[in-house]
Design a protein around this ligand. Structure first.
Ligand SMILES: Cc1cc2nc3c(=O)[nH]c(=O)nc-3n(C[C@H](O)[C@H](O)[C@H](O)COP(=O)(O)OP(=O)(O)OC[C@H]3O[C@@H](n4cnc5c(N)ncnc54)[C@H](O)[C@@H]3O)c2cc1C
Length: 558
């Protein structure tokens, strides 16, 4: 393989185009012909959408444009895991509890960001210009830098080893195929990696790579603790390597931006935004106007009715019947929060839904009087505090300057897995104290507490019964489960009792923990529901289901 010529010359940018299902979702949703049409007899017909996160609201918005009446159910609050919690008393200043940094390769997500006219700016990731300065604190040693080259050579060696290790999986060739949207080459390269890496971990890949084999254990350890791009990669070490390949090959870990004022504005904007020229509905119709302002309550039960329709019962006992239902909440909730009739899904799909594995994540934020971290230490000439990566329990500390005259925000700690579990039983005040205690050891001269104003904000997604975890993190051997879930929107081959219920969202996606995957699965579901209701795409703008026979994700034998 290594001696084969490089495929296609690079052309466009790297986007989240495949690699499992290389369909151009961004082109589909921006095409002037629209997504398709649904027969007039179904116009105004109700379709249930369970969950008002980004995947539910993208689907509801697009279905409304197609002329059906989405009925959105939400158990908690609009936005789901794009939750921007305002600090009391500080207007417009938020803590990003879920998604906060969005790679520019997320072109379908940005389609909606742009449609809503939202502003974005570079996210202050480690060693980026937006962060200003970065401190890496490992085993009690503290390193300060503005870019990678300011750090000791060990860090450059680690970065180079990672780049070389990725080439062992033909990283550049895959990225070139993505840039060129060369589906044939991309599928050939990717489908070669799937069976070889599905059952092997990220740690296995790094430790067994030729590039890291030449280096010390310390290099591997530093790679895990610092990573490059977003930091803290050792939390992902037990995950299937395929998941990491997807992240790096589609540039999820680079060129990330934040949404000014909070990412929650995206789902909230879709909720309020009038659909331009919708089929069937009068001008000015929005999801909010179709719902009298608020979604319906959380769902308690889903079952097939005697007449073949799907009955959805909400938390207050009201049941409504639908020709189609889209479920976008985490799939575990179908066995914990929602009584879901077993015959609605094939047993093999149930296995996939239940075996899906979530990662834990915790964040704790404080509001501070001003971005004091930019003050210069007269002794060293450095910023008094920096974006910080550490092996202590805080793991990642992020600093947000909200502009002149505005209070600053510090994400004292953003952690995953075991580090998130350390915080799980603690109340917010103790979490702040634990984080301040760790940071004091890195910045002994800085009195962070003296700058805190307002009340701190914290989250542990695994402690919330409406989520049970932050996002999917596929384990080795999970490719088949992912394939079953992802492929479920193609329903022509299903027995009638399993048709009409669709799934979408982060845990159906190939790129969990990245919002683009949730959006793309939601668009698959829109195609599935349109097809289920007898509709079709415009010939000039085929959709994901039309392309499926040619580019479907690889199926591994059971
Ligand atoms: C800590 C964290 C950090 C992240 N960081 C990033 C990032 O930096 N960049 C990025 O691109 N992505 C990031 N993500 C991923 C991104 O936030 C998700 O992929 C995306 O928001 C998931 O959207 P969704 O619609 O699939 O699910 P959700 O947002 O979970 O929406 C599902 C909705 O269903 C609701 N629900 C649950 N039970 C019921 C019920 N019984 N009835 C009705 N409704 C119900 C829930 O309340 C929820 O609102 C992050 C996620 C987390 C948690």
């Amino acid at each position: 393989m290594a001696n084969e010529p490089s495929p296609s010359t690079p052309e466009g940018p790297v986007t989240i185009f495949g690699p499992d299902f290389p369909f151009a979702f961004d082109d589909w949703i921006s095409h002037p012909s629209g997504l398709g049409s649904i027969p007039a007899e179904h116009h105004g017909q109700e379709v249930a959408v369970i969950g008002a996160g980004i995947s539910g609201l993208v689907a509801a918005y697009e279905l409304m444009k197609l002329g059906v009446r989405p009925v959105v159910y939400e158990a908690a609050q609009i936005g789901g895991r794009l939750r921007s919690q305002p600090f009391v008393g500080a207007e417009g200043v938020v803590a990003e509890l879920g998604g906060m940094r969005f790679p520019i390769s997320s072109t379908s997500f940005y389609h909606y960001v742009d449609k809503l006219g939202l502003q974005t700016q570079p996210f202050p990731n480690p060693l980026t210009e937006a962060a200003g300065s970065t401190v890496v604190d490992l085993e009690g040693e503290t390193y300060y830098g503005r870019s990678l080259t300011d750090l000791p050579p060990l860090f450059t060696d680690v970065a180079n080893a990672w780049a070389q290790a990725l080439e062992e999986a033909r990283f550049t060739d895959v990225q070139n195929a993505i840039r060129a949207r060369d589906v044939t080459t991309l599928k050939a390269l990717w489908n070669d990696l799937v069976p070889r890496w599905d059952d092997r971990t990220f740690y296995d890949f790094v430790a067994s790579s030729q590039a890291f084999a030449k280096l010390s254990f310390r290099h591997l350890e530093v790679f895990g603790q610092v990573g490059f791009g977003t930091g803290g990669w050792d939390s992902d070490f037990p995950n299937s390597m395929l998941e990491i390949f997807r992240v790096v090959m589609t540039n999820c870990d680079t060129d990330q931006r934040l949404v000014v004022g909070g990412a929650e504005q995206v789902p909230r904007g879709l909720w309020r935004c009038p659909a331009p020229k919708p089929a069937h509905w009068p001008a000015g119709t929005s999801l909010a106007s179709l719902h009298h302002g608020a979604p319906r309550p959380g769902v308690a039960r889903i079952a097939r009715d005697a007449d073949g329709k799907i009955a959805v019962t909400d938390a207050w006992g009201t049941t409504r019947q639908y020709a189609a239902v889209l479920v976008t909440c985490q799939s575990w909730l179908l066995t914990t929060q929602i009584q879901c009739q077993e015959s609605l899904f094939d047993r093999k799909l149930w296995t996939a839904l239940d075996r899906t594995r979530y990662m834990q994540s915790s964040k704790t934020f404080v509001l501070v009087d001003r971005p004091f971290w930019k003050d210069r230490d007269p002794r060293t000439g450095r910023d008094v505090m920096s974006m910080t990566l550490t092996d202590r329990l805080t793991r990642g500390t992020y600093l947000f300057d909200n502009g002149p005259g505005q209070p600053g925000v510090i994400c004292l700690t953003y952690s995953w897995m075991s580090d998130a579990l350390k915080m799980l039983p603690e109340p917010v005040e103790r979490r702040v104290q634990l984080a301040l205690g760790a940071l004091r050891k890195i910045y002994p001269g800085v009195d962070i507490a003296s700058h805190i104003i307002g009340d701190p904000i914290t989250v542990s997604w695994e402690a919330d019964r409406h989520f049970l975890g932050a996002f999917k993190g596929a384990l080795p051997g999970h490719y088949r489960y992912n394939q079953r879930m992802y492929a479920h929107f193609m329903q022509d081959g299903l027995p009638p009792e399993q048709r009409g219920i669709f799934i979408a969202g982060d845990d159906v996606s190939w790129t969990p923990a990245w919002v683009e995957g949730a959006v793309q699965t939601s668009l698959n579901a829109v195609w599935g529901i349109m097809h289920h209701l007898g509709g079709r795409t415009h010939p000039a703008n085929p959709g994901p289901g039309d392309a499926w026979p040619d580019i479907a994700p690889l199926e591994l034998p059971d």
